[in-house]
Design a binder for this molecule. Structure first.
Ligand SMILES: Cc1cc2nc3c(=O)[nH]c(=O)nc-3n(C[C@H](O)[C@H](O)[C@H](O)COP(=O)(O)O)c2cc1C
Length: 321
């Protein structure tokens, strides 16, 4: 059966976003929470705690994620999330940001397969939580993964998600599908494909190229087009008739949720603008409005611009369709 997971995006896919998304769009089997990172102390930050508290995630299936290069930290977070009732913890071996990778975490750890082995050996010996891994092909070279996969073969992982870029690329350039294909030959684990799925059409192309892959993870594409997962599940490129009403209600729910959480108009406007940098892709007739959102100094101006964006698109669509 085809499954679609929501990729974690720090700063975007927190519990407020996830709840609004689940309420209005769905199509997601499991949501991976943005990573938990400890700051040298065995202590969970209040923001991380709030994000994964079961009470804040009642309507969805959530898997917490950790980023670390330290077995003690891993075990601490594993026990913490188990106490909250979670049965799986995802390990981030993909984060490309130099601040993280240069410290040997995320994709920076991929050049040290023996360290990955050492950490997993302790984790598997000292906790019974299920472990899944989310990784890139490497940090410097797409060949690095071929030294890591044999290590991962020794452990009963729940699954591995591969985003076929290297850390150094950040999000630039193409995904390396040839290397991804080679990975499939070199692992017996359940694999999720992740990277640059943005439309039903390009999902279909990917599915055709990788017919054995049934598990997919989508990040930026589902913020840009929140209907995407359910359309992929329905194998249909058609939006529901009430597309813009649904988007509008989703937007309002997201807005209210952040209004409640953030102090001050500026923070709220910045937060909503960061979402609009993605949302605007669903409104191809309105790219100029993004600047207006950025410039909005008051909530009433912001709301007026959003209304214009949605109304313009809805009117144009019904006129031309
Ligand atoms: C702003 C931003 C934040 C991200 N935060 C995380 C994170 O916390 N954990 C993680 O595993 N990946 C993180 N990623 C990577 C995404 O989960 C995903 O692997 C990547 O965007 C490729 O998938 P996509 O093309 O479907 O977006 C982040 C990416 C972006 C752009």
């Amino acid at each position: 059966m085809l499954t679609i997971n929501s990729s974690p995006l720090q700063g975007f896919t927190d519990f407020r976003f996830r709840n609004a998304f689940q309420r209005f769009f769905g199509g997601i089997d499991q949501y991976i929470a943005p990573y938990i990172r400890l700051n040298g102390k065995l202590e969970i930050k209040p923001g991380n705690e709030r994000d994964i508290l079961p009470a804040n995630n009642r309507s969805l299936d959530l898997i917490p994620q950790i980023i670390t290069k330290d077995a003690d930290e891993f075990l601490f977070v594993a026990k913490y999330v188990q106490k909250l009732g979670y049965t799986e913890l995802n390990w981030n071996l993909g984060c490309p940001y130099p601040m993280v990778a240069k410290r040997g975490m995320g994709s920076g750890l991929l050049i040290m397969p023996e360290k990955i082995d050492e950490i997993l050996a302790r984790v598997f010996a000292e906790t019974d939580i299920k472990i899944s891994v989310k990784m890139r092909l490497g940090y410097e070279s797409p060949k690095e993964i071929f030294h890591v996969l044999p290590v991962l073969e020794r452990y009963r992982l729940a699954n591995i998600t591969i985003h076929p870029r290297i850390g150094k690329q950040l999000y630039r350039g193409e995904v390396d599908l040839k290397s991804f294909e080679e990975c499939l030959r070199q692992t017996s684990h359940k694999i999720f494909y992740n990277g640059d799925i943005t439309s039903v059409r390009n999902f279909r192309e990917m599915k055709e190229r990788f017919p054995t892959i049934n598990h997919w993870m989508i990040g930026r594409g589902l913020i840009a087009d929140p209907f995407l997962p359910s359309m992929i599940k329905a194998d249909s490129p058609f939006y529901p008739e009430n597309r813009y009403e649904v988007f509008n209600s989703f937007h309002d729910a997201l807005y209210s949720s952040y209004e409640e959480a953030l102090s001050g108009r500026k923070h709220l406007l910045m937060k909503m603008y960061s979402f609009w940098e993605f949302f605007i892709q669903s409104f191809p007739r309105s790219p100029k409005y993004l600047k207006k959102i950025k410039k909005a100094q008051s909530l009433s101006v912001y709301r007026e611009v959003v209304k214009q964006i949605i109304d313009d698109e809805a009117v144009n669509r019904s006129f031309f369709s």
